[in-house]
Ligand binder design. Sequence first.
Ligand SMILES: [Zn+2]
Length: 84
Amino acid sequence: MYTNICKHCHKQFKSRFKAYSCNECSKKDEDYFDEIEAYLKEYPNSNALQISDALGITAYQVLNYLKEGRLNISRGRFERIDDK
Ligand SMILES: [Zn+2]
């Protein structure tokens, strides 16, 4: 068992696999992720900033999806934002 902290509501929860969102919040992730995927299909060379602008979510969140392995980069070039 893993003890996780939900990244949306910061509730602690346990799961059999490492998870980033609790059950109630995972729906949010699915919705955002669908939108990102649809956006990347239309604009394959977008970077995280363009995606966050277009969809109204933070670039940080977009990069988190990338880190979680949810975004498949092979659909298009997906640039990291430089750390400043
Ligand atoms: Zn949650």
